[in-house]
Ligand binder design. Structure first.
Ligand code: GLC
Length: 735
């Protein structure tokens, strides 16, 4: 093996093969095969370089620097270790060898192009013992992917999602391997279809792709939080969203006209359930033509939007990428004139989506994104508050797009997985250019890095308990993949919900950043006010609870914008030493302090609460506390156990806070017994004043129920009143 070093880039050659290693930073290393490949997604230019040594070793060349050591063997297989243990040991499997041999025979026989095309890439690693695998976006199955095979290939499949599904709407080719206390992230920098096998043979795990660059990045913690922060630094973080986006929203496929929207508003009013956002699904458009409004259904769209705003509501409209083939329709004509749509064999490519025959904008091209952005601006100038991007896998009713459909100069097989990503980017940038407010975009399909532009929901779930349960690992896995602003269709999208299922779903959904009830055409109506009084009262309780929790949730997005940590966290993120939590799929943490243990089964009235070590206090009853352990708990239909870590400070707004556009004058703080420090962020909730320093950052300290605080940053009018409550009662502090 030949080794060359040029700064932090090492070149290893053996026979006809070459491997490159870029030593990026103390815990970040890139392993790749082509110098001409540059990541579309990751940017590691701001990482601090670290010194490292290169030495010959009995096993090959050993690179050691920062937190990692990597050996490249004569066969160009790698092994990676931390200071305490081997983390990765690359192997070649007999089957993989055979495939290579077969292909080299093909090459010898003159089928070299075939051999090249089919060869693809595979990296296989030995399973040590006790690994856990996390991440990979909102896959089906449990949090821990060990034993499962999954693909990254954005897929719109309307059948009920089950564990054996290999792919869903989103692709996050990033997984985290946990080995004891060590966490190693691996990002496969390939937008073509990638496949992951997390040890289905109980001997090895692997990732592979038929095509695309052979290029991957290692991110080492050592802790999970450090790993996620480092990955987010490369992949991007979500900028602070508008605070109103944390409010509650009602959606349905579809509210057909103003009167129906008004019906929803009055239904919520009568039931005294707070509501911030209304959604318009595809039927607000004229014949599903994107960027049009059906004038019969919404004759005074702009005026109507102003009237919604005057009453404190926000409106989100759906947009789909498929542009109706319809000469005379401006969006189609303009796109055709400028060659903005995908082509096949030199002709505009046509498939079918909601509008019938449709064409697909090439969002991967900047010019097309700018054009799309200007169309988005037309919606926002009418007063639309945020955009919901759907069907952007891209969906296609007349069979899948063939690999060689071209988006500009690039082929579908390479663009498919990032199609939704680029659509979200175009939409976000369009909103950003057209309004001084913070853009808010929701997307169904996306890729690693889309968090810079969009939030997302888990797509078309069903009104079944399985999907209520699945919503927990799905949302946690998205967070572990770097995507923080997530939610599920509360009540379930497909099928008819029941009052009990809806009650249980609101108890889980109240903790999701994207807080939306949505259901499909033809299913039973799912607005909570249409249900019996017990259901209405449970629903009201949890929506109110969520509005009170707004400052805590908003703080979590402030934290995310700084360090990339997700608001929804698996318990093992906060309690990494407890092996029993490694695949807990029924509880989750909101931030570092709140543990949520919902009831997830029909008829369930008793639950098992698992509390990690330490002391925990009932969120709803400061005087009730428990030590770590497992406890039977009562879960009447209206209840969801929420426990708070001792010493925490939880900020809330006063009972009745529903106007989420407004930063209230009073902040309430509950001081749970114990010692702790909490950072609280306050700003106007929208716009970019914060970038000019117009915000406050408070550091609150809990001395076993006694509060002290200081302002770390002051740039916004302070609260008029801070109300601190502890076991000993309430005290008011004037800042
Ligand atoms: C897709 C979306 C769903 C939407 C429907 C109609 O199925 O996932 O949320 O309601 O299309 O637009």
């Amino acid at each position: 093996m030949n080794t060359k070093q040029n700064g932090n880039l090492l070149t290893f050659s053996s026979g006809s093969k070459t491997l490159y290693v870029e030593w990026i930073s103390r815990g970040v290393v890139r392993v790749f095969h082509s110098l001409s490949h540059h990541s579309r997604i990751l940017d590691t230019s701001s990482f601090e370089p670290t010194s490292f040594t290169v030495k010959e070793d009995p096993e090959g060349m050993r690179l050691t620097g920062g937190l990692l050591s990597l050996v490249v063997g004569d066969d160009l297989l790698i092994s990676v270790s931390s200071s305490s243990k081997t983390l990765l040991e690359e192997i070649r499997d007999e089957e993989d060898e055979k495939e290579e041999e077969d292909l080299s025979i093909l090459a010898k026989e003159g089928h070299s192009s075939l051999a090249k095309e089919e060869k693809g890439l595979i990296h296989r690693f030995a399973l040590m013992s006790n690994e856990h695998f996390y991440g990979l976006g909102d896959h089906t199955g449990p949090l821990d992917l060990k034993g499962y095979r999954k693909d990254c290939w954005n897929t719109d499949d309307p059948s009920a999602q089950v564990d054996t599904f290999h792919s869903l709407y989103k692709s996050f080719p990033f997984f985290i391997m946990r080995l004891g206390e060590d966490y190693l992230g691996l990002y496969v920098d390939n937008t073509f279809k990638t496949s992951f096998d997390f040890g289905s043979d109980d001997k090895s795990f692997s990732f592979s792709a038929k095509e695309g660059p052979d290029d991957f990045y290692l991110f080492y913690g050592p802790t999970l939080k450090e790993l996620l922060a480092s990955f987010a630094k490369a992949a991007g973080r979500m900028p602070l969203p508008p605070r109103w986006s944390l409010g509650y929203g009602q959606c349905r496929w579809s509210y057909m006209n103003e009167a129906e929207v008004e019906g929803v508003i009055s239904g919520y009013k009568k039931a005294s359930i707070p509501l911030t956002t209304l959604y318009l699904d595809i039927d607000y458009m004229d014949g599903y033509r994107v960027f049009t409004v059906n004038e019969e259904r919404f004759p005074h769209f702009k005026t109507y939007l102003s009237s919604l705003h005057e009453r404190g509501y926000k409106l989100i409209t759906i947009i789909d990428p498929g542009v109706k083939v319809d000469p005379g329709y401006a969006v189609y004509d303009e796109g055709m004139k400028h060659d903005y749509f995908a082509t096949l064999g030199g002709k505009t490519y046509v498939n079918e989506v909601w509008p019938g025959q449709s064409v697909y904008p090439s969002f991967n091209e900047k010019e097309v994104r700018d054009w799309w952005g200007s169309l988005v601006a037309s919606l926002s100038s009418n007063g639309v508050d945020a955009i919901w991007c759907d069907m952007n896998e891209p969906a296609s009713f007349k069979g899948p797009l063939s690999d060689n459909v071209k988006f500009g100069e690039e082929e579908h097989k390479e663009i498919h997985n990032v199609y939704g990503h680029y659509m979200a980017m175009a939409t976000y940038e369009g909103l950003q250019k057209s309004s001084p407010k913070r853009p808010f975009v929701i997307t169904r399909a996306c890729f690693t890095g889309s968090e810079k532009y969009a939030s997302g929901w888990t797509g078309d779930n069903q009104s079944i308990y399985d999907h209520l349960r699945l919503s927990i690992p799905q949302q946690l896995s998205l967070g572990l993949s770097g995507f923080p602003f997530v939610g599920t269709d509360i009540g379930g999208f497909g099928g008819d919900t029941t009052s009990e299922l809806l009650s249980r779903w609101i108890e889980v959904g109240a903790f999701s950043p994207l807080f939306r009830n949505h259901s499909a055409l033809g299913t039973k109506r799912q607005e909570p006010y249409l249900f019996d009084e017990d259901t209405v009262s449970t629903y009201r309780k949890w929506v109110n609870f969520r509005y009170r929790l707004t400052p805590y949730m908003y703080d979590l997005f402030f934290i995310h914008s700084r360090n990339g940590l997700p608001p929804l966290r698996p318990l093992f993120m906060e309690f990494p030493d407890d092996e029993d939590l490694a695949n807990l799929n029924t509880e989750f943490m909101l931030g570092a302090s709140l543990l949520v243990a919902p009831a997830l089964f029909p008829g369930q009235r008793k639950g098992l609460l698992s509390l990690p070590r330490g002391r925990w206090i009932n969120f709803f009853d400061l005087s009730e506390s428990k030590n770590g352990g497992s406890y039977p708990v009562d879960v009447p239909l209206s209840a969801c156990p929420v426990y708070v870590r001792a010493g925490s400070i939880i900020p809330t707004y006063e009972e009745g806070y529903t106007n989420i556009d407004k930063t209230p004058d009073t902040l309430c703080l509950t001081l749970y017994p114990g010692e702790g420090v909490y950072l609280h962020y306050q700003d106007e909730g929208d716009g970019y004043g914060y970038a000019k320093g117009e915000y406050n950052l408070y550091e609150f300290t809990n001395h076993d129920g006694v509060l002290s605080y200081r302002l770390i940053h002051e740039g916004y009018p302070r609260y008029k009143k801070i109300l601190a409550t502890s076991l000993t009662g309430s005290t008011t502090l004037l800042p």
